[in-house]
Design a protein around this ligand. Structure first.
Ligand code: PEP
Length: 251
């Protein structure tokens, strides 16, 4: 059985005090978790501040990105080992803002997934289509090409890799995918995993949905058979709402 996994992506929001206080509130409200897993991804400079607040709670720490090299002349980048050293056990890779704003392609994302896993950092790999691609009925084609490109040469270990289906048109827009829309793509992804790897991998691997999730829509989304978790942006910046979303996902 897949244990739901809810992760908050704080993006480039909050200052040190804001991160500390949010992390503290979440940790206090979630001294233990049953039937659900939870994590937060603060900005790089505040990883250790947040880690200090959540380290005795079941909430895990993730980075929002890592670089694909282990060390050296890569000004401004952060290696997987550095993220681990700050207390991370997870990292996001291939978030649509990295793909579309920063310009990361599947080739680089594939290198990042490999580097993170090789270092012992678990990965949440983000995929998803733009509005234009959906309107042109390209959703499955786009998602499949992102999966093929980002996972080239990797056999996913469901303990170490999570997929996050995040339609770009739903991220930060307030336009959430309907539970049916999310389920349809998640089902497609699970079918792809079965064909590409095995029924066992497909059965165990957690597929999160992300895009305008809030306390009001979380329950309906997680109730879909192939939605195994949620990646939450804006609503994860409010402790009460984020905790409500996590509790709504409890098995
Ligand atoms: C995200 O950034 O991954 C995200 C899903 O954002 P939001 O929940 O704000 O749409």
């Amino acid at each position: 059985m897949r244990i739901p996994f809810v992760v908050g992506n704080w993006k480039m929001n909050l200052d040190r005090q804001g991160c500390e206080s949010l992390a503290k509130h979440i940790a206090v409200k979630l001294p233990q978790l049953q039937g659900v897993r939870a994590g937060v991804c603060p900005p790089f400079p505040y990883l250790m501040t947040v880690h200090a607040q959540i380290k005795n709670s079941p909430v895990v720490l993730g980075s929002q990105n890592v670089y694909c090299e282990t060390k050296g002349a890569f000004t401004g980048e952060v290696s997987p080992a550095m993220a681990l050293d700050c207390g991370c056990t997870w990292t996001l890779v291939g978030h649509s803002e990295r793909r579309l704003v920063i310009g990361e392609d599947n080739k680089l994302i594939n290198k990042k997934v490999k580097a993170a896993l090789a270092a012992g950092l678990n990965v949440i790999l983000c995929i998803g289509e733009t509005l234009e691609q959906r309107q042109q009925n390209q959703t499955e084609k786009v998602v499949e090409s992102q999966l093929v490109g980002s996972l080239e040469g990797i056999t996913p270990d469901p303990e170490k890799l999570v997929l996050a289906y995040e339609p770009v048109w739903a991220i930060g827009t307030g336009v959430v995918a309907t539970p049916d829309q999310a389920e349809e793509v998640h089902q497609f992804i699970r079918g792809w995993l079965t064909r590409q790897y095995s029924a066992a991998v497909a059965e165990k691997l957690c597929i999160q949905y992300g895009g305008s999730v809030n306390a009001g829509n979380a329950k309906q989304l997680i109730s879909q058979p192939n939605v195994d978790g949620l990646l939450v942006g804006g609503a994860s910046l409010k402790a009460d709402e984020f905790v409500t979303i996590i509790i709504a996902c409890q098995n």
